[in-house]
Design a protein. Structure first.
Length: 142
């Protein structure tokens, strides 16, 4: 992470001063920068592109479990945890919007309380009038 930050800011600051600031040696930075990719890193980058493709085709609704099943159809056996890690690194998060479910039964024959207050919220003495707020009813206003 430090090395990536140094590489990102090479135009603004000198590498020597950034390495001193981040408390890493210049030789370690250059070793990181010019080293070859390992096979696991190559496989992860290839798998990340596949995951991003499937994720975008699903309109950002597939999570790690559904992506794992989709990859199984492509003959790629990958653990769910690895898919989750690669999704986090690629900043992919599935949409978790749920369908609105009404919890109130409005179609009943029970008596309904009358509105005795009629929006007159100012009273002369305390403990004369009590009001409540129904916040669980879904509205388009937010």
């Amino acid at each position: 992470m430090k090395y990536a930050w140094i590489k990102q800011h090479t135009i603004e600051f000198s590498i020597n001063s950034m390495c001193r600031f981040m408390q890493v040696s210049r030789s370690a930075y250059y070793a990181w920068r010019y080293r070859f990719q390992t096979t696991n890193e190559k496989d992860d980058s290839e798998l990340t592109t596949i995951i991003q493709d499937v994720f975008n085709k699903s309109r950002a609704t597939y999570g790690a479990r559904r992506l794992q099943k989709s990859l199984l159809n492509r003959d790629r056996i990958v653990s769910r945890r690895r898919i989750g890690r690669l999704m986090r690194e690629a900043n992919l998060a599935c949409k978790t919007k749920r369908k609105f479910k009404a919890t109130t039964n409005s179609k009943h024959d029970m008596p309904i309380a009358t509105n005795q207050l009629d929006r007159q919220f100012t009273v002369n003495q305390p403990n004369q009038v009590y009001v409540g707020d129904i916040t669980y009813i879904h509205t388009q206003e937010g």
